[in-house]
Structure formats: C-alpha cells, structure tokens
Design a protein around this ligand. Structure first.
Ligand code: SF4
Ligand code: SF4
Length: 201
C-alpha cells in the first residue's frame, strides 16, 4: 500500500481510504465506459444513420499537426493561418485560442465508403474522437446522446453493474447542451463521488 500523501501513514487513514476509493471508482467507471464503447458503440458505427465523422452536428478540435496531416497541407502554419484569416482556407476550419475547429464537412480522415477512421489506431487521432461518445470524468461517466448508439437507460444499468451493488446511478443533462448527460454514482444517504466502500472493491 502506498503511504497517504497527507499524513504519510499506511494504516487506518480515513483520507487514504477516501483517496483509494475515489481512484477505484474512477477505474471502474473508465472500464465501464471503455467496455460500452467496445460492446455497443463501435459495432453500431457501420450502420449508423448519422455518423459523427461527417461533422454535421459535431465540432472536431484539432491541433496544427492534425490539420496539416488530415488536409495534406505542405505549407507552414504561419502561411496557413494567413490564408485562413484572408478567407482563402477551407471554410470548415475555424481557428480559436491556438487550436482549430472543423465542422460542416466530413473529416478528411473519414473513409466514407468503408465507414472507417483512417487514423483509428494512430497518435494523430484527436482525443475528442477517442472519448466520443462516452468517457469517465472526475468520478462520473459523461455520454453524448448525439450518438444514436447510446441508450441512456441501458447505459445506467451497464454502469451499475460495473460499480457493484449498493449504489445507484443518477443522470443529469447539461443545461446548455442537454444531449450531454452525466451519470454519477451515488450511495443512498451519501453525496455523489463518495467512492466505493470496502466491500465493493
Ligand atoms: S455517432 Fe456513434 S454510432 Fe454513429 S458513427 Fe459516431 S460513434 Fe459510431
Ligand atoms: S479523426 Fe477519425 S474518428 Fe475522428 S472525426 Fe476524423 S475520421 Fe472520425
């Protein structure tokens, strides 16, 4: 057991117990999200009616390296930025705060015929693509219901199975973007994010 970062002990430290419980909960939720992607979402992609990679409703965040590779530019970033600000760049790309946002046209890395991502297993794949439509975030699972494969009721049951008995899974939609739903794990009588009890490890 690692010593507690607060009191440098390993025995009966309530802070350490809480820390370990939170870490364990995050691990379980990460596993639940990953398994749901593998078992439910990815098998649906080939028959999806509204593929996310077409970027009709989604916005893709990219860095310069990804923009350069996906659109196959051979110019410098400075030259590209000048072109964009002169209105001569791809209309689907907007720069903001050092990043680039693509929307309204299919991602160039999307193979429409085979419905595949050409950079699926590569470091170039944007983080947002890996996390979509479901990921763990600070002791909760966040799901994006713009993906038609996500069934909130089934997902709540799925998460409950991963965290074990004695917990309930509560859902709340984002006020501004109601298609973003957070699933938090709660033990009756305790606040959410409490972590797992000893008998659930
Ligand atoms: S929206 Fe969901 S099911 Fe459709 S292609 Fe994207 S990840 Fe796959
Ligand atoms: S990088 Fe791949 S997963 Fe991401 S939008 Fe493009 S084709 Fe889709």
């Amino acid at each position: 057991m690692r010593p507690c970062p607060s009191c440098v002990t390993t025995a009966n430290c309530p802070e350490m117990h809480k820390h370990n419980s939170r870490r364990l909960l995050a691990e379980r939720l990460t596993l639940a999200a990953t398994r749901y992607q593998e078992a439910v979402v990815i098998p649906h992609c080939a028959k999806c009616l509204a593929p996310c990679c077409r970027l009709d409703s989604l916005v893709l965040e990219l860095d310069w390296k990804q923009v350069k590779a996906f659109w196959r530019f051979d110019e410098s970033r400075a030259a590209f930025d000048r072109r964009l600000s002169a209105g001569k760049g791809p209309v689907e790309i907007r720069p903001m705060n050092g990043a680039y946002y693509a929307h309204g046209k299919a991602c160039p890395a999307y193979d429409e015929a085979h419905r595949l991502c050409r950079v699926y297993d590569q470091a170039l794949k944007p983080r947002g693509c890996t996390d979509f439509p479901i990921y763990e975030d600070q002791g909760s699972v966040v799901a994006d219901l713009r993906c038609e494969a996500v069934d909130p009721k089934a997902l709540a049951g799925w998460i409950a199975r991963f965290v074990g008995q004695g917990y309930r899974v509560a859902q709340s939609a984002d006020e501004e973007f109601p298609f973003i739903v957070t699933f938090s794990v709660q033990r009756p009588g305790r606040a959410s994010g409490d972590g797992l009890s000893g008998d659930c490890r």
